[in-house]
Design a protein around this ligand. Structure first.
Ligand code: ARG
Length: 660
């Protein structure tokens, strides 16, 4: 016997081949020309029926093998789309691309999922001059549903909605699989490479709340891709090559002439930056020298590289403090990395005749874009546009990325739109093959709905913000007298988990496209859709088994032997909710909107509460409080809920603690 997975996939391939050839045979039999010219019509018909029967048997085995072969979670919605897609195509072969819509049903009394395609199909047929009512189409779809093991029954409602009821045994089986195998990602056709360009603050400048948003959102996207099995490259495209370095270096030379041997005390890089900027604006000589410094830095003179490195190191240490708090892992690959590649990019546009001269600047117009890219300034220097073109080219050809995502504020949307258009113009990528996307986000507002600022009107330093989060979270824990229950280590762990978890979650739970109001009071509230609420919810679920003295080994054993009955309405609701996880992730993969995951986790937590309030997990003696009965299948539902919550938190970058 070989390796079971290889065996399985060999069998799968064999079966798929057979299905293909059988389908082809059936198709040829369907062809009316074959039929009328055939003398043995009845024989052919009979053969057709037999073939169809065999095909169905094979399809079923294939489905079974699939489920057996993989430990991944099944995406119920996707499976429904598959079988309804098949039925829809069979019902209306005259439509080229019949619309396929299967969605979870909001009102459980109308079934678990719903297929709404019939109405749109009737419209499409009408355009073609065929009059059929949506209800008739719905009936046809139902008749054409292939054999499957997930649909219990269907019914037609209203103008032609198809309500779908799932089989309890199917849902229960999937939950058992989840408990036995853990939360596994859906199977991946091919391992793809993703580059996520996020955080990306500017050296010598303060990292601001916009960068905080980018850091949080970008990290969570990376975590999602990583969980789904992609090869993820997390890149910090720091601004480390701009003209600001000219004045910084010129100022450094004046203030700390021995910087080559003694590290200069420029801990307050912000102050240092302000001083040099002032001189740059006021002293003509200084300005001239600053420009010369840029040129000498960009031609990589060792002395200038040394000065530049010193400055970058100070910034880097500051950024790292923020990353350590938030547990962010990212590779620094700033604009400077692309210096030589920028020269190549300019040459390539020039030689392809795509460059124009404009008052000494070299510019590129991309089709459909009203503003050009400036790829060389009149002083010969490169720009933000040039570095982004070079970075995109490097990511496509060198990193061989299949997906490239840029996470910045929406203010940069046009910049990226033009860069992407220019890259397509020159033929670097085909958007049908490579997914290149700007994932923009709105600005952070203060509670007064104005731009986020300190009381004195300064920009908020990120470390100050994180420190305040820590302070507030500790106040909250002490208010609840948790300091009397937890050990000092547990208290600190809870403090950090809540503070940083809340800051991340507040950001992620809002649609990133919108502006969002930063409010510690709201994010630390333990009611409503907040990290504080969800983190508490998880510790509570986790404590149910512990308080009933059921250890992990018992639960693991029970997962294999106990059937998860879902007879109670609230058990059924919870079971289905848990299993929506894969379809939620699939949706986020498409639109990169992480708030869907937050909304889902919140729904899961509240659905769990409904279940817990009406279904006893353990039954206790009224007098003694002793556990007299454990309803193991319900304990398992608690386990499955917790497992999904934990995985969800992991993707959001939240760090749950055992006790808080
Ligand atoms: N440093 C830029 C800023 O602070 C963000 C860079 C984003 N990434 C990129 N490839 N342009 O606005």
């Amino acid at each position: 016997m070989g390796d079971p997975v290889t065996d399985c996939s060999a069998r799968l391939q064999q079966q798929e081949r057979e299905i293909r050839s059988l389908s082809a045979e059936i198709d040829s039999l369907k062809n009316p020309q074959n039929l009328s010219s055939s003398p043995h019509l009845d024989e052919l018909r009979e053969e057709n029926t037999k073939l169809k029967y065999r095909l169905n048997v094979l399809k079923r085995t294939l489905q079974d093998e699939r489920t057996r072969c993989t430990k991944s979670m099944t995406n119920i919605n996707q499976q429904l789309q598959q079988i309804f897609g098949e039925a829809i195509r069979a019902s209306c072969p005259e439509l080229d691309a019949p619309p396929l819509a299967v969605t979870p049903n909001q009102q459980p009394k109308f079934g678990d999922y719903q297929c709404n395609s019939a109405m749109a199909m009737a419209q499409m047929l009408k355009v073609k001059g065929v009059k059929v009512s949506p209800r008739e189409i719905a009936e046809k779809i139902i008749q054409n549903l292939p054999d499957n093991d997930l649909v219990q029954k269907t019914e037609i409602a209203g103008p032609g909605f198809i309500n779908i009821h799932l089989k309890r045994t199917f849902v229960s089986k999937l939950l058992s699989n989840l408990l036995i195998n853990g939360v596994q990602p859906p199977p991946l056709a091919a391992r793809k490479k993703v580059v996520v360009d996020f955080s990306s603050p500017n050296i010598a400048k303060e990292m601001h709340v916009g960068h905080l948003r980018s850091t949080i959102i970008g990290d969570s996207m990376c975590r999602l891709f990583e969980f789904l099995g992609y090869d993820v490259l997390r890149l910090n495209h720091v601004g480390d090559w701009g003209t600001q370095f000219g004045m910084l270096i010129a100022h450094l030379q004046d203030k700390f002439p021995d910087y080559l041997s003694v590290s200069p005390p420029i801990g307050d890089l912000q102050g240092f930056y302000k001083e040099s900027k002032k001189r740059f604006d006021e002293e003509e000589d200084f300005k001239k020298r600053a420009y010369q410094c840029v040129v000498r830095l960009q031609s990589k003179e060792p002395e200038f590289i040394k000065a530049w490195n010193l400055i970058c190191d100070v910034s880097r240490r500051e950024f790292q403090k923020v990353y350590d708090c938030l547990d962010i892992h990212i590779i620094e690959r700033g604009e400077s990395f692309y210096q030589e590649l920028m020269t190549e990019v300019v040459k390539e546009f020039e030689s392809r005749g795509m460059m124009q001269l404009d008052e000494g600047r070299k510019i590129v117009f991309a089709p459909g874009q009203s503003i050009p890219l400036t790829i060389v300034k009149s002083d010969g220097g490169f720009t933000y546009d040039t570095s982004d073109l070079a970075a995109l080219r490097q990511r496509i050809f060198h990193e061989k990325a299949d997906v490239i995502i840029y996470v910045t504020d929406s203010g940069q949307a046009t910049h990226f739109q033009v860069v992407f258009a220019a890259a397509q113009l020159i033929g670097w990528y085909d958007p049908q093959v490579t997914r290149v996307e700007h994932a923009g986000f709105g600005v952070v507002l203060g509670e007064d709905k104005k731009k986020f600022k300190t009381r004195s009107g300064d920009t908020v330093r990120l470390m100050d913000l994180l420190d305040e989060g820590l302070k507030r979270s500790m106040d909250k824990l002490k208010d609840k007298e948790r300091d009397k229950v937890l050990t000092p280590e547990e208290l600190i762990r809870a403090q950090r988990s809540v503070a940083f978890g809340c800051i991340k979650y507040a950001d992620l739970s809002h649609n990133r496209i919108n502006d969002y109001v930063f409010s510690f009071d709201k994010m630390l509230d333990d009611r409503g859709n907040t990290a504080a609420y969800l983190l508490y919810a998880l510790t509570r679920i986790r404590s149910i088994a512990r308080l009933a003295n059921i250890d992990e080994a018992t639960l693991r054993k029970a997962a294999e032997t106990t059937e998860l009955v879902l007879d109670h309405e609230k058990e059924w609701k919870l079971g289905k909710c848990i299993l929506r996880f894969p379809e939620i992730l699939q949706k986020i993969l498409d639109d990169l909107l992480l708030h869907t995951l937050c909304d889902f986790l919140y729904e899961l937590a509240t659905t769990f509460t409904e279940f817990y309030d009406s279904c006893y997990c353990v039954e206790k003696d009224r007098q003694t409080g002793e556990v007299v009965k454990v309803n193991m299948w319900r304990m398992l539902l608690c386990e499955a809920t917790a497992a999904i919550m934990e995985k969800g938190f992991e993707i959001l970058g939240l760090n749950p603690v055992h006790r808080m």
